[in-house]
Structures are given as C-alpha cells and as structure tokens.
Design a protein around this ligand. Structure first.
Ligand code: HEM
Ligand SMILES: *[C@@H]1O[C@H](CO)[C@@H](O)[C@H](O)[C@H]1NC(C)=O
Ligand SMILES: *[C@@H]1O[C@H](CO)[C@@H](O)[C@H](O)[C@H]1NC(C)=O
Ligand SMILES: *[C@@H]1O[C@H](CO)[C@@H](O)[C@H](O)[C@H]1NC(C)=O
Ligand SMILES: *[C@@H]1O[C@H](CO)[C@@H](O)[C@H](O)[C@H]1NC(C)=O
Ligand SMILES: *[C@@H]1O[C@H](CO)[C@@H](O)[C@H](O)[C@H]1NC(C)=O
Ligand SMILES: *[C@@H]1O[C@H](CO)[C@@H](O)[C@H](O)[C@H]1NC(C)=O
Length: 358
C-alpha cells in the first residue's frame, strides 16, 4: 500500500491526468474498449476468486444469485456499470443510489461483492475494479442458477459519484407502462427485444410487498388489477397486509415454483396472469412484446442465448475504461484522493494497449 512511490504529482503527471480526463469525455467509440481476459496478465485468478465467493454465498443462500443479477442491472442503469451502486457515502454529499427506494432495502449481495473483493485484493492488490467484480458475479450467478455460461468483457473502472435522484430517474419502477419500459431501456441503448429478454431474470428472486401492493389493495379495500389472477391476488393479499410499507420485511418469490432456477418460466407465468408486477404484465399488452413472450415461453434455449448476449451488452453501458475512474480499494467507498492519483498512473501501465487503440 501507499509506498514511497506516492510522491507529489510532477508537472508531467498533472499534464497526463488532464489528458486522461479529456479522454473520458470522448464518445464511447473513441475510448478504450472492454475485453475478455482483461486480467489474464495482471490477475489471472480474478475470475476464479469471484466465482468461489459467489458459489460459497449461493451454497449458504441460493437467493443471493438473484440479488447479484439485479445488482449488476441496477449498477449499469445509473451512471453506467461503475459500481456506483455499492457506495455508502457520496463524496459530493447527499444520499446515495444505495439509499434510493428501488434499492433500499430490497437490493442484496453487497457482502458477497465485499468478500470477492477481499479475496481478489489478497491475490492482486489494487488491480481489479469493483464494477468488474459485479459483472463477473452476475455471470456466475446466472451460471449457478441457469447453467448458462458466457464470457464477460472486462476493464471497467469504478466511479466516484453515487446519487439517489439518478437512481430514481433511471431505474424503471414496477408501475411502468410498456412505453416507459421501452424508453428507459432505449435510454441505455437497449432494444425492446433486449428489454423483454432481460425481464426474464424475474424467473429468479423475490419481491417485497410494496412493489405490487397497489395491484391487490386500494387503501384497505381488496382489488384485483387487470392481468392478475384473482386466486393469485388472494394469496398475495393473505401475505401482504394493506398497510405494508417499503420496509415491511415480507417477501414473495416472483416465480413461486422455482425461485432459484433460471428457466423460461417467467414467460409461461405471464399468460396465466401470474406476472407479479404491473410492469411484467405490460409485456403482454404490447403486441410486439407479447410475440416475444410467446417465443421465449416456447423455446428456452432461444431465450437463454439471447439472455446471455443481452447481459453482455447491458454490461457495456456507459462504462469508464483506461485512465478514467479508478480501481476502488474498498467497494463501499471511493479512494482517498491521493491514492487515486497513484492508482490512475499505475493502471495506465496495465491499460496502455486499450488507450493506444483509441
Ligand atoms: C423491465 C424493467 C424492470 C422492472 C420494472 C423491475 C422491477 C423489479 C422489482 C420491483 C423487483 C422487486 C424489488 C422488491 O423486492 O421490492 C425486482 C426484482 C428483481 N429484478 Fe427486476 N425489474 C426490471 C428489470 C430487470 C432486469 C433487466 C433484471 C436483470 C437482468 C432484473 C432482475 C431482477 C431480479 C433478479 C430480481 C430479484 C432480486 C432478489 O431476489 O433479490 N430486473 N425487479
Ligand atoms: C443528483 O442528481 C440530480 C439530478 O441529476 C441533481 O439535480 C443533483 O444536484 C445531484 N445531487 C448531488 C448531491 O450531486
Ligand atoms: C456453467 O454451468 C455449466 C453447467 O452447469 C458448467 O458445465 C460450466 O462449467 C459452467 N461454467 C463456468 C464458467 O463455471
Ligand atoms: C448501441 O447498440 C447498437 C446495436 O446493438 C451498437 O451497434 C452500438 O454500438 C451501441 N452504441 C453505444 C453507444 O453503445
Ligand atoms: C398493520 O396492521 C396490522 C393489523 O391489521 C397491525 O398489526 C400492524 O402493526 C400494522 N402495521 C403497520 C406497519 O402499521
Ligand atoms: C430454439 O432455439 C434454438 C436457438 O436459437 C434453435 O436452435 C432451435 O431450433 C429452436 N427450437 C425450436 C423447436 O424452434
Ligand atoms: C470498507 O469501508 C467501510 C466503510 O467505511 C468499512 O466499514 C469496511 O470495514 C471497509 N472494508 C474493508 C475491507 O476495509
């Protein structure tokens, strides 16, 4: 850690840092690209260590796999895949993404990322970004629950800002219409088809009452929302009291039959009026979306192929690479400013190739 090399920045160092900052403002195409095997030379055990941490957590609590898949989605949709969702403190002040309603208290898996990061830091200090760990962990979770495997292009750098309002603005709420879903994904360069494909992740995991409460209760009066089966609504009402709040610690699986198996059951539940969220049911209302739902319900292999490809694409959203951002030492907090200067320059050696390509 902080060795004697950590001097005051030289004039040349400052000039380099300025140039690096300018590079970060270039359009995505002009910047260093992510690549598979990014850590092959600098930390060959990185992906195996993350896999071990995820597998250990999964053995303890299989639901964590769902948590880690969602963590990657919620990271990527706010300021890009930069691990901003992990920060507990915003150096700029104000509440963090992690405190925002879509994440608090429902988002889980933070301790798995911390365990993976600790293992990786022991083997190769200051080398592997938290954002890449989140992307690897989502992939491993998908493999453990769905036997789907894909390679993760890496080289993401960690951000230094986390802002509650940005989470609220970018993450689609469960009350979203088909149009809102389309728009929120389009804002991240994801197509309607990719949105429908990625929504299939709701075949694993759970939800707190608050996310569907207005489909079963109007105040204290029982109701059944359009597209919700009355018998399913009755079960949900027995579980969730009408006065449940954001933090009421009651949850229900989104795919009650197999909540820890990444299968195509989500698409089979929708036509049975068993999509848990209003937004889930919207995929049946829009004809183009409904055709995809039918196709994925009929062919699980097709969905799994598309799902892996869409996860890789989502993982490229607005990433920082090269000398932009930093490699956080502790995934919950940004680096102290002095150490980020040093990290910036040491990481440039690792990444010369990517930067030169720009
Ligand atoms: C299409 C728009 C989406 C909406 C409106 C949405 C909404 C939600 C909501 C409300 C929950 C439950 C939160 C709670 O506990 O209250 C949830 C859970 C979940 N979502 Fe989504 N989601 C969307 C897309 C996605 C995508 C793209 C992924 C991943 C690729 C994803 C993966 C998950 C997973 C795995 C869970 C379960 C988490 C757990 O068990 O901890 N969702 N989602
Ligand atoms: C957070 O983001 C919002 C919306 O972009 C902005 O108005 C606000 O100033 C930001 N807050 C902080 C503390 O930076
Ligand atoms: C993913 O799962 C399959 C089937 O369970 C397995 O054969 C494969 O080795 C796994 N891939 C990785 C990278 O662990
Ligand atoms: C947006 O997606 C298209 C098609 O999937 C891809 O070719 C393009 O490079 C993406 N653009 C950005 C800025 O990510
Ligand atoms: C909700 O109402 C029940 C009675 O139906 C009561 O026992 C419980 O304390 C209430 N919870 C909250 C959060 O108000
Ligand atoms: C299902 O999708 C796979 C992958 O695209 C394809 O190879 C296969 O032919 C499809 N099966 C059927 C029955 O259409
Ligand atoms: C990371 O930072 C948090 C918040 O300051 C702290 O509680 C935690 O102990 C730190 N973890 C490590 C491994 O240093």
């Amino acid at each position: 850690m902080g060795t004697a090399k950590q001097n005051k920045p030289t004039a040349g160092g400052v000039a380099l840092a300025v140039a690096a900052c300018a590079l970060c403002l270039l359009p995505a195409m002009a910047r260093a690209q992510l690549r598979v095997g990014f850590y092959d030379a600098t930390c060959p055990s990185a992906e195996a260590l993350v896999r071990q941490a995820v597998a250990a957590a999964f053995a303890r609590d299989a639901g964590l796999a769902a948590g880690l898949i969602r963590l990657h989605f919620h990271d990527c949709f706010v300021r890009g895949c930069d691990a901003s969702v992990l920060l507990t403190v915003n150096p700029g002040g104000g509440k963090t993404e992690r405190e925002a309603a879509p994440n608090n208290p429902s988002l889980r898996g933070f301790d798995v990322i911390d365990a993976a990061k600790a293992a990786v830091e022991r083997s190769c200090p200051r080398t592997v970004s938290c954002a890449d760990i989140v992307a690897f962990a989502a992939r491993d979770s998908i493999n453990l629950t769905g036997s789907v495997s894909y390679q993760v292009p890496a080289g993401r750098r960690d951000g230094r800002v986390s802002n509650e309002t940005e989470a609220l603005l970018n993450l689609p709420p469960p009350t979203s219409t088909a149009q809102i879903l389309t728009d929120k994904f389009a804002a991240k360069n994801l197509t309607v088809q990719e949105m429908v494909v990625l929504s299939g992740a709701h075949t694993v995991g759970r939800s707190f009452c608050i996310s569907f409460l207005n489909r079963i209760w109007n105040g204290t009066t029982p109701i059944v929302d359009a597209g919700l089966s009355p018998s399913y609504a009755a079960l949900l009402r027995a579980l969730c009291p009408s006065n449940a709040t954001q933090t009421t610690p009651i949850t229900t699986p989104m795919d009650p039959g197999s909540p820890n198996v990444l299968d195509n059951n989500y698409y089979k539940l929708l036509p049975r009026n068993m999509g848990l969220f209003f937004s889930d049911n919207q995929l049946r209302v829009d004809p183009a979306m409904a055709a995809l739902v039918t196709a994925f319900a009929a062919n699980e292999t097709l969905w799994k192929e598309r799902f892996a490809a869409a996860m890789v694409k989502m993982g490229r959203t607005e990433v920082q690479t090269g000398r932009c951002g930093e490699v956080r030492l502790n995934c919950s907090v940004v680096n102290p400013t002095s150490s980020s200067v040093e990290l910036g320059s040491s990481a440039s050696a690792v990444d010369e190739e990517g930067v030169a390509a720009s």
